[in-house]
Design a protein around this ligand. Structure first.
Ligand code: HEC
Ligand code: HEC
Length: 272
């Protein structure tokens, strides 16, 4: 028998089955046309993953075609995709629905509903995604989930980095330090981190002229609407004027400054 006759055969069977069985369908769970491999799925996010991927397998165990019209989820952070829309499952046909949960900025366990719309086989599924603390490596590097949350809270308030739980890494280490030690404690955490976000510039490779005013201004006030905080105490930062002056001196000596270093390393295209 070729596929076509097989399909046709099942189709006829399906219609027959529908005519005879349909009125009794509501009476038992055993007659559900779709068999799902599970009603809920769990996934644990791994290092550097920003999304949890889950799959539900489904088989049409009935003798008639089942149409899945749509799939919706309980959260903007979760997307579910059908192989096609509408998705028509012939008798005995199986397939997969992919569910993707965006875990950026999230921690703990997220549970989301996935709702299958179908005239004959509606279904409510659920997914649960766990973002374990510390999956992004030990040491002082915060978990990625934490870090993105950190970036979010900094985007709203760039001084947040000196408050609450952030203070133990971003504020306290600066206390009582000056010059190079202060740079290591207060600045290197962001600027010299191998894991730093792309918007954090490498201060060793600034393609511009720098001077005392430049360093002083950036360290004191940072920049509004960016993640660079202002470090002066009066703006909620950890540093007093004496500390800032010592840091400015250190930056002038240690970081490449075209205005007072050898002309040969001046970037091309700059004024002579
Ligand atoms: C356990 C120490 C630790 C804590 C707590 C911490 N941070 Fe960080 N933060 C770091 C490190 C280390 C980096 C450098 C990037 C990296 O290595 O992940 C960083 C980088 C950043 C950056 C630069 C952007 C980036 O991701 O590179 C911002 C903004 C930031 N942190 C804000 C915060 C805020 C806001 C809080 C509190 C809600 C906070 N941090 C809590 C250690 C910490
Ligand atoms: C919380 C992370 C974080 C910390 C801590 C931090 N910075 Fe920044 N810094 C940034 C980010 C993000 C920017 C980019 C701002 C922008 O988008 O323009 C930046 C920009 C700068 C710039 C401007 C670079 C340019 O493009 O001209 C200077 C200078 C600078 N930082 C110096 C420092 C110094 C010195 C310290 C220590 C006192 C420090 N930063 C601490 C995140 C940080």
């Amino acid at each position: 028998m070729n596929n076509r006759t097989l399909l046709g055969f099942h189709y006829v069977l399906g219609i027959l089955a529908f005519c005879f069985l349909a009125p009794h369908n509501s009476s038992g769970a055993a007659s559900e046309p779709l068999a799902w491999d599970a009603e809920s799925k769990q996934y644990t996010v791994k290092t550097n993953e920003t999304h949890g991927h889950l799959f539900f397998s489904v088989t049409n165990v009935s003798n008639s075609e089942v149409i899945i019209e749509n799939v919706t989820t309980s959260c903007d952070c979760t997307a579910a995709t059908l192989p096609s829309k509408p998705w028509k499952l012939a008798p005995k046909q199986d397939g997969k629905i992919e569910v993707v949960v965006d875990v950026r900025g999230k921690t703990g366990t997220l549970t989301k509903q996935v709702s299958i719309t179908s005239p004959t086989a509606p279904k409510m599924l659920s997914v649960s995604v766990t973002i374990p603390p510390g999956v992004f490596g030990g040491g002082i590097t915060p978990a990625m989930g934490d870090r993105l949350r950190n970036q979010e809270s900094s985007a709203g308030d760039r001084q947040a980095v000196f408050k609450a739980d952030c203070a133990r890494c971003h504020l306290a280490p600066a206390f009582g330090k000056f010059g190079g030690q202060l740079y290591k404690a207060a600045c290197a955490i962001c600027h010299d981190s191998p894991h730093r976000a792309t918007m954090v510039p490498d201060l060793h490779k600034l393609n511009k002229e720098t001077n005392a005013e430049y360093w002083k201004e950036w360290i004191t006030h940072g920049k509004t609407n960016t993640l660079m905080p202002g470090f002066i105490m009066t703006e909620g930062g950890p540093l007093d004027q004496q500390q800032i002056d010592s840091l400015v001196d250190y930056m002038l000596i240690t970081f490449n400054n075209p205005t007072n270093s050898t002309p040969s390393i001046k970037p091309a295209g700059k004024k002579p």
